[in-house]
Design a protein around this ligand. Structure first.
Ligand code: GLU
Length: 523
């Protein structure tokens, strides 16, 4: 697109949207907000689709050029997103055929759901999105909140503190059994006893409302501000039917499992509230993607959880996340996941993507029938199992991007940069001092090619170090093509560029001359 526009062709806006969708980006992506707003504005002003020329294109995408470049050059983690989602849809259809299972009916808020509901959403670590089926219907997280609650506690308090109160071992018992380990701690954070104790650790000195808001805000950030709600009816029902959890609470209290001064009933109440938090498949998949992405939400770029919190959470989801099917799930699927009584399965493919599957009918162990079928299908087709060999196992498909070090990336980067003169580039989270295999930075290449706007941008805005040495020991200043810069200056700069930029440009040339004379003196 960048090339077509810059070659002087015009583009039709609806076509751009279709092209965007094929990469996996949604126009609702918060990273594209400015771009989409600008485009909408023009569409509104012209009462219909607009033909975009270079100037308009520059205005609309200037802020997002890196993201869009990555998308259209197939640099996202799943480069062929259409092919990938085609397979996902096929698996979705196959799971839909799965009959059987029982919708949980211990509270009316769960019993009301049709057994036919079935949705899957996924979000990659680059924020590529795909959804199939009933992915906009809110449902309660129930036990899927346990890993999230644990992650928040570890993020806030550190592993050591949290694990003074809870173990790390699968229990071998039902999730709601009155049982503790040999040290009289709950076996792990994924069983009720563990989650109830953890709910007493979060913001212990705040009042109940603040504590609830704190977790809600956290979850919203994980979901990239997408839907996170609360079902008060579910909360009331959980409380009314929660005898087993009250029994666990008293047992924990008797065994001194709570921190000093903790209010056991308040901890239980908080646990019931957490179970009653609602998401949709779409928002849940962004939460899972934040876990897949080391704690940074892919669609906002916000660091929500520490790397430590995410790693611990994924480890425990892997060993304890799927009730009494956890061992088999770890064996067959080999991915961290957590299921809940609402029929939700939160699945993480670390460093690739997060998924939320939801279908209310449960098997005898309490896992969603369609959810389990789908997860198994995904891993039998794609090599996502933790122990799939990525190099030698040829029978499975690897949809991931193959190589990260594209030596031409940097050059391309400022080709676009120069064309668009995107001065707000630095907003994006790219390491502008990244080097290629010759240890050359973007600044080396810009200087050598005499790309003055890129040189100015990289040094002034991005503060790239002009003294970094490549593998031959040359710095960008050594490479600076004065002839090119001067001819550029002659042709464009004086006419086109602002006073600050040209002042700066001459300063840079002066530095180069000083640098050269130093080198000469040295010789
Ligand atoms: N609210 C349920 C309970 O605590 C959660 C059940 C579940 O999803 O595992 O019993």
């Amino acid at each position: 697109y960048c090339y077509s526009i810059c070659e002087g062709r015009t583009l039709h806006t609806p076509k751009q949207k279709t092209a965007l969708r094929k990469t996996g980006l949604l126009t609702s992506d918060p990273r594209l907000r400015d771009c989409v707003r600008q485009m909408r504005q023009y569409t509104r002003d012209t009462f219909g689709p607009v033909m975009m020329d270079k100037k308009l294109f520059k205005r609309c995408v200037g802020n997002n050029i890196l993201l869009l470049t990555k998308a259209f050059r197939k640099k996202f983690i799943i480069p062929d997103f259409q092919k990938f989602t085609h397979q996902i849809n096929r698996m979705y259809d196959s799971a839909q055929q799965q009959e059987g299972g029982q919708v949980a009916d211990y509270i009316p808020q769960l019993a009301k759901f049709s057994p036919d509901l079935w949705g899957v959403s996924l979000c990659t670590i680059d924020g590529q999105r795909h959804s199939a089926g009933d992915t906009k219907v809110p449902f309660c997280l129930q036990s899927c909140v346990k890993p999230l609650e644990y992650a928040i506690a570890v993020h806030e308090l550190g592993s050591e503190h949290v694990h003074n109160f809870v173990g790390k071992e699968p229990s071998g018992f039902k999730f709601n059994k009155l049982s503790l380990n040999e040290e009289d701690k709950p076996h792990n954070p994924m069983v009720n006893a563990g989650a109830i104790v953890i709910s007493s650790l979060i913001k212990p000195n705040s009042n109940k409302a603040e504590r609830f808001d704190y977790v809600m805000e956290f979850l919203k950030s994980m979901a990239g501000t997408e839907y996170v709600g609360f079902s008060n009816a579910t909360f009331q029902s959980e409380r009314e039917t929660g005898d087993r959890n009250y029994a666990i609470g008293y047992y924990l209290k008797e065994k001194k499992c709570f921190p000093d001064n903790a209010d056991m009933i308040a901890a239980l109440d908080f646990y019931f509230q957490l179970c009653s938090i609602e998401v949709t498949c779409e928002s849940g998949s962004v939460m899972a993607a934040t876990l897949a992405n080391g704690g940074i939400c892919p669609i906002t770029g916000e660091r929500v959880l520490s790397a430590e919190a995410v790693r611990n959470t994924l480890s425990l989801m892997h060993s304890c996340g799927m009730y009494d099917f956890s061992g088999q799930f770890a064996f067959h699927v080999g991915l961290p996941a957590k299921s809940g009584v609402s029929g939700a399965v939160l699945l993480v493919v670390p460093n690739v993507m997060g998924m939320m599957c939801w279908s209310p009918p449960l098997d005898r162990l309490g896992n969603s029938v369609r959810g389990i079928h789908f997860c198994q299908d995904v891993v039998s087709y794609f090599n996502f199992h933790n122990y799939d060999n990525l190099r030698h196992f040829t029978k499975k498909h690897d949809p991931r991007r193959q190589s990260d070090d594209d030596p031409f990336d940097l050059q391309y980067l400022f080709h676009v940069l120069n064309l668009l003169c995107a001065s707000r580039f630095a907003l994006s989270a790219v390491d502008m001092e990244r080097t290629d295999y010759d240890s050359r930075t973007a600044l080396h290449i810009a200087a050598a090619e005499g790309q003055v706007e890129a040189v100015i941008f990289l040094t002034e805005v991005c503060k790239v170090n002009p003294y970094m040495k490549d593998r031959w020991g040359n710095t960008p200043l050594d490479d600076l093509r004065l002839d090119l810069l001067l001819s550029y200056c002659h042709c464009h700069l004086l006419a086109d560029v602002s006073v600050e930029v040209s002042t700066w440009f001459f300063k840079f040339i002066k530095t180069r001359i000083v640098h050269m004379s130093h080198t000469c003196e040295h010789i």
